[in-house]
Design a protein around this ligand. Sequence first.
Ligand SMILES: C[S@@+](CC[C@H](N)C(=O)[O-])C[C@H]1O[C@@H](n2cnc3c(N)ncnc32)[C@H](O)[C@@H]1O
Length: 261
Amino acid sequence: VIGSVALVGAGPGDPGLITVRGAHLVAQADVVVTDRLVAPELLDLARPDAEVVDVGKAPRRGPSQEAINGTLVDRARRGLRVVRLKGGDPFVFGRGGEEALALAMEGIPFEVVPGVTSAVAAPALAGIPVTHRGVAASFAVITATLAGGERNDLRRIASVVDTLVVLMAAGRLEEVCGEIGAGGRDTGEPAAVVASAGTPDQRVVVSTLGTLPERAAGAAIEAPATLVVGPVVGLSAILGWGGRVTDGVSVVSRGQAPAHD
Ligand SMILES: C[S@@+](CC[C@H](N)C(=O)[O-])C[C@H]1O[C@@H](n2cnc3c(N)ncnc32)[C@H](O)[C@@H]1O
């Protein structure tokens, strides 16, 4: 008998943000193949006798994509139920599409369980709605870097949407914000970077497109971090909990959600 593979989105940071279906599949799996940005607590859901394969110790240090695909195919061919846990959503800059293609080519039954993507959740956890009536009616999710190291065309995209969400930009904020400005965005526009969203280490720097790189460097912001540019960022002053934004610029910790009574 042939096994199966589920490509499961683990959500960003907070282990509570996996879907019910994703958690159910992890609990049933014979094998869990996990990634760097997956909350470690999610592995506690796995059976004690499940095999756990960690393929994402550090960026560009883990096994190749071909080796990961090979592990999925090999375990499924042995008749095992495999869960491939991926940070956020498997199909948002997660190479989930490549894994699904490899499984399809090998005739391995598979399913995809979508996840909460950091592209929307990281802004949300900082009090930034990516759309807001009368403020932003469109958003784009962009990677700062393409496979092979080429640059994405940020200028073109910057000019056509209201809210820009840029992933994988933490080490290159100056260049990325510069490109967005060169695409016609006002350097005075609100911009924020949200690091380690959904974890106890979450940090948010709110500033303007022109000054954010310097502020983020001053706050020693590191990956994983999500950059958001657009007028919706201004809403974080009211909707972001755990800290006030003063003078348009501040470092905000996650803190506690306001009590509802
Ligand atoms: C390779 S991409 C994978 C995205 C993932 N598939 C998703 O849907 O969230 C990794 C990037 O996602 C963003 N990211 C992932 N987890 C994050 C978190 N907890 N807080 C902020 N950004 C995060 C960062 O921009 C990071 O460089």
